[in-house]
Design a protein around this ligand. Structure first.
Ligand code: PMP
Length: 305
């Protein structure tokens, strides 16, 4: 991981190596915290621009509402702090990680009275599932782990503790020689990847699991809806079964880290011709044009640093 100079912590910029917390930090013990993953791209004239920053800040605050955490800063303050971190670290392209966590002034499960703290770090981060993955597709397995139930941890929040489930699925997949895991929901329908939403293309229609399938409401997922509309590709949400993925013409994953990553194989079955599909390629192309500021229709999604 490439260190940068400064991290924003509770309203101040501090040196990277000094952005530390106490071992009795509440979130470290119980997992109650929320975070975001955001990307900034080198856009027009090599100037950095953050992709869908408003939506990420909104989701951070919504996650906090779901978990009953009061963020001690306004949306406007967090928005500006994110831009400040990029600017102060002189970053052109980076991944940004805001996290809201509970401090160490009190132990025990009851979080009332525990300090709410906020950190924002940013660092250069290349493709999450590899350049080869973006170009030629990845191999995934259906996880033996089930995605969270909507009434166990509530899946609208991007919560720290949720990622224990994602890590179990991800490590199982990697250990078995795959690149990523796809988790099913409690009814057995397709939910999402360990850190990505999923789409299939079949019979000239793009389909993705409905938001009732225990998946996170991804901002890249939402962007794909608008890109599909722009490309006049029919798109629908619903319930998808594991075997529908196996026989789909194309499958791809979406996420801030994963961007648009084609899936070429699931459980040792080739998807389509086992390469990046044509529709996936069209959507991916428009996505990268947008984030690099080369698509005027979608410039509203970019925030200049
Ligand atoms: N699902 C999960 C579990 C995730 O962690 C992510 C990444 N934030 C996504 C989906 C994709 O969301 P987004 O497109 O907003 O990054």
């Amino acid at each position: 991981m490439e260190k940068t100079e400064k991290i924003w912590l509770d309203g101040e910029l501090v040196p990277w190596d000094e952005a530390n917390v106490h071992v009795l930090t509440h979130t470290l013990h119980y997992g109650l915290g929320v975070f975001e993953g955001i990307r900034c791209y080198k856009a027009k004239n090599n100037k950095p621009a953050v992709f869908r920053l408003n939506e990420h800040v909104d989701r951070l605050f919504q996650s906090a509402v779901v978990l009953g955490i009061d963020i001690p800063f306004s949306k406007k303050e967090i928005f500006s702090a994110i831009l400040l971190v990029i600017k102060k670290n002189r970053l052109k392209e980076c991944y940004i990680r805001p996290i809201v966590f509970l401090g160490h002034n009190q132990m025990g499960l009851n979080p009332s009275g525990v300090d709410v703290r906020v950190a924002i770090a940013a660092w250069p981060w290349g493709t999450y599932l590899g350049d080869e993955g973006i170009n030629s597709g990845i191999r995934v397995r259906i996880s033996s782990f089930t995605r969270h139930h909507v009434n166990i941890t509530m899946t609208r929040a991007k919560a720290c503790g949720h990622y224990v489930n994602s890590i179990l699925a991800k490590t199982e997949a990697i250990r078995d020689g795959y690149d990523e895991a796809i988790l099913l929901d409690q009814q057995g329908y397709v939910s999402e990847g360990s850190g990505e939403n999923i789409f299939l293309f079949s019979k000239n229609r793009l389909r993705t699991p409905a938001l009732s399938c225990s998946n996170l409401e991804g901002i890249t997922r939402d962007s794909v809806f608008d890109i599909a509309k722009h490309l006049k590709i029919e798109i629908e949400e619903g319930h998808i079964t594991r075997d529908e993925l196996y026989i789909a013409d194309e499958v791809f994953l979406t996420g801030t880290a994963a961007e648009i990553t084609p899936v070429r194989e699931i459980d040792n079955r080739a998807i389509g011709n086992g390469k990046k599909g044509k529709t996936t390629a069209r959507i991916q192309k428009v996505f990268f044009e947008i984030v690099r500021g080369n698509h005027t229709k979608f410039n509203r999604w970019l925030s200049k640093v």
